[in-house]
Write a protein that binds this ligand. Structure first.
Ligand code: ZN
Length: 274
């Protein structure tokens, strides 16, 4: 079932390059009608027009739940351990936090910085397609509707302001969740468990890795979360960021900075800081 599903003015559209086909339904409803959408794709006519990333909103604008996995690439665990002693071993329980859905914005939306310690985290985002409870790893990919790129923008100061630290608010300021450009079905990428992922700030390469380095891969995350609660269609899992974040280097985002986030087969986000 192949598709690139996007959100244009709260309407679901299918994309092929810049061409779009309007589905006439809400993007959240589209997630529960993927079989039907796939069938209509096979018989599609001429496109309705063309769209650029600037026209698009977040592919999944109103998820019920948004999960973030922290410290899920070894090189990121090591770099954070050097600046903020974590004393973490890789066998410990996963670090999972919430990004509140209100922080989600589109692939070309501006990011509104607050304070002087805002940071970038380029991430693969898995989107749940089927209500799921107690799913085993072998069947977890069947529950994933598709993949997209996400920026887990983080206010590092707010993240550690309280004792013990609580990540949720520092990762949920307005506009701190750029996603997109489209929700891409897993069969449209060569290997959904091994995709090149990178982030550039003003053209300078800061993060450069592969999703095969995820310590807990997508199937394991879906299985773990579904062992605790019910996952719903449209729920997002931000899967963690590779090494190279600004915090580890003592450099933070500044107004005017352009964050370019790319994942193989999924396209790119380009967000300007204001
Ligand atoms: Zn993150």
């Amino acid at each position: 079932m192949s598709f690139r599903l996007a959100n244009w003015a709260e309407q679901a559209v299918l994309l092929d390059g810049d061409d779009y086909w309007a589905l006439g339904i809400d993007p959240m409803d589209a997630l529960t009608r993927l079989d039907e959408i796939h069938r209509s794709w096979d018989g599609r006519g001429a496109p309705d027009g063309q769209l650029s990333a600037a026209d698009l909103g977040p592919p999944v604008p109103h998820p019920k739940q948004v999960f973030g996995y922290g410290l899920n690439y070894r090189d990121h665990v090591e770099e954070m351990d050097e600046v903020d002693y974590l004393g973490r071993t890789t066998n410990e329980a996963p670090v999972v936090f919430t990004k509140y859905p209100s922080c989600l914005v589109g692939p070309a939306a501006p990011v509104a910085l607050v304070g002087d310690q805002c940071d970038y985290e380029c991430e693969l985002v898995a989107v749940i397609g089927t209500e799921s409870r107690h799913v085993d790893q072998a069947h977890a990919w069947d529950r994933v509707a598709g993949l997209m790129i996400g920026q887990d923008i983080s206010d590092r100061a707010l993240q550690v302001e309280a004792t013990p630290p609580q990540f949720n608010l520092g990762k949920s300021r307005e506009s701190f969740g750029p996603t997109g450009p489209a929700l891409v079905s897993p069969d449209m990428v060569a290997n959904p468990d091994d995709l090149a992922i990178s982030c550039r700030i003003n053209g300078e390469l800061r993060q450069d890795s592969r999703t095969s380095f995820l310590m807990r891969p997508v199937a394991e995350m879906v299985a773990y979360l579904s062992s605790i609660l019910t996952l719903h269609p449209g729920d997002l899992i931000f899967t963690g960021t590779p090494g190279g974040v600004g915090h580890a280097q003592g450099i933070y985002l500044q107004p005017g900075d352009v964050i370019r986030s790319e994942i193989e087969g999924l396209g790119a986000l380009e967000n300007t800081c204001i």
